[in-house]
Design a protein around this ligand. Structure first.
Ligand SMILES: [Zn+2]
Length: 118
């Protein structure tokens, strides 16, 4: 049984952690300390998000995107399903990587293919 609220909090905390590393100004830090639940929806904060996103490297940006996608899917049947094979992602994996979009098998297959293309 997936606890949607717990997962959402975990995802938002991970997202916040990524942004914290590039937060420099007082305004950025204030935004990070703002209410954890309203953070995602409030539109006035978009400027800050865009500025912080700009400072993230490619890997960090990909992580934020994965987290945002997981937040979007959360609460629907899509969350916790592998985007590749459609099978349920094991709970043990979601506990460690709540933003996981693929099961272990598909992710490793993807990594192997990417490595072969290089
Ligand atoms: Zn899969």
């Amino acid at each position: 049984m997936l606890l949607v609220d717990d997962i959402r909090k975990k995802l938002i905390a991970q997202r916040r952690e990524l942004f914290r590393e590039v937060a420099k100004t007082e305004e950025d830090l204030r935004w990070l300390q703002s209410d954890i639940e309203s953070e995602v929806e409030e539109r006035g904060q978009e400027e800050t998000i865009v500025r912080l996103l700009d400072r993230l490297d490619g890997r960090e940006k990909a992580e934020i995107e994965a987290i945002d996608r997981a937040l979007f899917k959360l609460g629907s049947e899509q969350y916790g399903r592998c985007e590749q094979c459609g099978k349920a992602i094991p709970q043990s994996r979601l506990d460690v990587v709540p933003a996981a979009a693929m099961c272990m098998v598909c992710e490793q297959a993807g990594e192997t293919q990417a490595a072969l293309r290089k």
